[in-house]
Structures are given as structure tokens and as C-alpha cells.
Write a protein that binds this ligand. Sequence first.
Ligand SMILES: Nc1ncnc2c1ncn2[C@@H]1O[C@H](COP(=O)(O)OP(=O)(O)OP(=O)(O)O)[C@@H](O)[C@H]1O
Ligand SMILES: [Mg+2]
Length: 503
Amino acid sequence: MTQGTDAVELRGIGKSFPGVIANHDVDLTIRPGTVHALIGENGAGKSTLMKILYGVQRPDEGTIRINGEDVVLKSPTDAIEHGIGMVFQHFMLADNLTVLENLVLGAEKLHGIGDDARAEISRISDRFGFGLKPDELVEKLGVADRQRLEIAKVLYRGAKIIILDEPTAVLVPQEVDSLFANLRELRDAGNSILFISHKLDEVLAIADDITVMRRGTTVGSADPKTATKRQLAELMVGSELPSPETGESTVTDTVELTLSDVTLTDEFGRNLLSDISLSIRRGEVLGIAGVEGNGQSELVEMIMGMRIPSSGHITLGSEDVTHWHTRRLREAGIGYIPEDRQRHGLLLDAPLWENRMLGHQTEAPNAKGPWINRAGARKDTQRIMTEYDVRAPSIDTPSRALSGGNQQKLIVGREMSGDPSLLIASHPTRGVDVGAQAAIWDQIKKARRAGLAVLLVSADLDELIGLSDTIQVILRGRFVGTFEPSSVTPQDLGAAMTGGEAA
Ligand SMILES: Nc1ncnc2c1ncn2[C@@H]1O[C@H](COP(=O)(O)OP(=O)(O)OP(=O)(O)O)[C@@H](O)[C@H]1O
Ligand SMILES: [Mg+2]
């Protein structure tokens, strides 16, 4: 590669799906040794463009140049040969395999599966500060380590152009900082990084160049040295930056959910949750802050009847629901936004209207007495799409075809339907753009005014502080601090979340 040659030049890229123009007239230039952020509202075409660059999708039109050479990328294998690697919006690791196995899987030809592979892994891990343990099972890893493993996997295959599609959506601030340190190392070693994120302060912190996409095409660029978040938001969605401020308290005296001294153990008798007590009143939002992997997922799954506490009691309204299963809890009026939308929130190959029924098959408008009400479900899907701005060709589109943010909006719309009395929300705005985030916040606030009780788990500390009436910090399965949102900063929370060390 000669000095000054661009790492990537995309010219006139176009790509259509049935009923949707996902990309048109896209021009994008990536300089070598830079972090290039790609931003834009949900469904703008970012992931599609990146899948074209990684050979997963074939463009209908346009040309791709890599390091000054015209290329045709028919598959990821072609892309990898040209030094391109991609970490997808949703993780693709095999949980039941080790770190080493995940790294070498499908790349056995490169460094074998033995000592050479091990040596290469420790070289990458040391060089970029990944801290990988080759023999650890992936299912034991937290999200930040999984993210690093995905990046290591791409590097292991020799990538110099690395695409990261929303890599920080699941990370808390400290983890983002350490990922960014890794990315700067990679950049300074001459790699080019394509970084997609809806978090504009992250974009300003890490990017050397910023390109904005809107409705399938690139509409402009911004200089991270001078641009503000507000300007970026305006370029993206043409509107002002929202803020999650709650305003007046709507907390009532009626308790909706109570956990009394609840302990949850794993199959080896180790505590996942210890002596958790909480109560949420109607009209109240209880926020849970914690570094991923400290028990918040287990807490949510336990309340939703997917795990049974080993001691203690859970009460919903006036009923002891400690041993209720998920279906019964949902029917009793709990809305549930799961943390992993693709695994627990959607049937990817089913149309949107069937996804509208998922988990709510026995309730109106999806059911009439003991029968399924197809027409009711279809009509209500249309309503959700309008109210929550879910952008898709029709209610018959499979949910797989929706962009990540639009999938999330569909789930939120479904779970807010039927006026739940309690909402268990894990990262409700994960992956949605700033405009849709504001809309979801508004919906939650409106429901809260009408008496909804909410348990909010979020990695977005501004969201937690803005929406919650009280915040509990969870660390190693215990509540370790209670905070008043009006007087707490993200730094205070960060410190409590990591056990008091400076954030
Ligand atoms: N495989 C597919 N089949 C049909 N339509 C698709 C497919 N993949 C993407 N689309 C459509 O193309 C458009 C662009 O989607 P894309 O996933 O690229 O958006 P995005 O910018 O990544 O959004 P997000 O921020 O929500 O992840 C959307 O309207 C989406 O529904
Ligand atoms: Mg996307």
C-alpha cells in the first residue's frame, strides 16, 4: 500500500430489499490508521453498508476499492482475504466452546489448532491489552470480554480494516473506556476502524472522522474536533437532542412489587443474588445500576419466573408470586423487555404480527376467549408500528429484516401494550437512535404517570439518572448502595458499581 492510499473507498453503493431501499448512492472513504464513525437513525442503512463491505450482502450497484484496488466481495471469505473483519451488532460466539476454540474455529488453516494458534492468540492479546484466557469457556465471560474476543477473532484472521457495529451498546462506561484504549492501540498500529454507535459522546471521543447516514445514503460528515452532540443529532434525525428528565414525581403509596430477603443460588449452591430486598410502588421507577454480570440479569429472570429463588419471597400486588411461572406473571400484568432481544424477545423468521403475539398469545387483542385472534393481532401490530415508529415494509415482514433499533422499538411497543401494571425493562433503549430513545422515554413517563411501576436495568447511566426515582447499585449479587437521582452523578454511580474504586 502506498502512502496516501485510502483504506476503503465505496462509490455509488446501492442495495434494495423487497419494499426497502436500504442503501443508495453511498460514498464513503476511510483513511488508513483512523477510527471512522458511522452514525445515523435506526434503519438508515449503516449495518447494511457494513455487511456489503464484509461480503455478507452483495450490492446491487457501486464499486468497492480496498487499499487502492478494485475488489468484488462475494463472501466474508473474500473480505477476510482483503484484510476486512467485522464484529456484528449481535454476538456470534459459541458459548459452549473455549476462547481458543472460538478463535480458531473456521480459521484452522491460518495457525493450526495447537501451539502456533496459542502463540498467535497471546501475541494479539498482549499487543492490544485484551487479557484473553485461551482455555476459558465463553459462557463464563462478561459482555466486555466477549466484545474483546470478537475483535481478537477478527485480528486473528489478519484483519487491518475492522468493522464494529454498535460495540458499546452493552458496555458500561468503564468498559467503554477500556475498549477505546484497545481501539486506539489498534489504530496507532495502522489499522482502520469503522465504528457504529448511537451514543454521540462516544463518537466524539473516539472518532477521527464522522460520516452521517440518513434514509439509506451518506448525507454529510462532521469533524469530531469541533462538532457538538447537538449538531450530530441534528444531522442524523433533524431534531434536537432529547433529555431523559422525569420532572414531577408520580410515586404513589401502593406497592406493586416486593422482594423480601431473596437469595438465588446456581446449581453448585453458590449465591447469584444475596438477600435482595426491594419494593416498587405504582408510579415509581426503580433503577438498577451495575457492571454487566453482577446479578442484574438473574434478578430480572427471577422476577419473570425463569429462575426460582432458594429463599425469600416475591409479592406482586397482594399475591405471593415466588413460584409463579412466566406465562402466569405476564397474564397478571407484567410487561417484560428482555436484555437479549434476538434470543428472548423475537421470533426472527416470523412476521411482525406473530411477533406481536409472542408471550401474549392468551391476551387481548391476540386472543378472544380461548381462540387466537389473528385479525386483532394484525391490527394492533399496525398500531404499534405507528405509535413507536417501527419502520418496516409491512406487518408481514419477518422481524429478522428489521434494523436493530426497529426490532427494539417493536418489543418495547408490544410490552407497553395492554397497560401493564409493572414493567421489567432491561436496557429498553439499547441500540435505538436519539429520536426513538426520546419517544420510548416519553412512553415510559406517560405510563408511569398513569400508575405503572417500573424496574429499569440500564447500562446507560444518564438514562438511569434521568428516569429513576431511586437507584440501587448491584455488585456481586448484592445491593451495595442506594442513590437519589437528583444528587448523584454518573461518576458516583460508576464508583459504586466497581466497588468504590475511582470511576
Ligand atoms: N435482510 C434484510 N431483508 C430485508 N430488509 C432488510 C434486511 N436488512 C436490512 N433491511 C432493511 O434495510 C434498512 C436498513 O437497515 P440497517 O440494518 O442497515 O439499518 P441501521 O442503520 O443499521 O439501523 P440500526 O441503527 O437500527 O441498527 C431497514 O429498513 C431494514 O429494515
Ligand atoms: Mg444496525
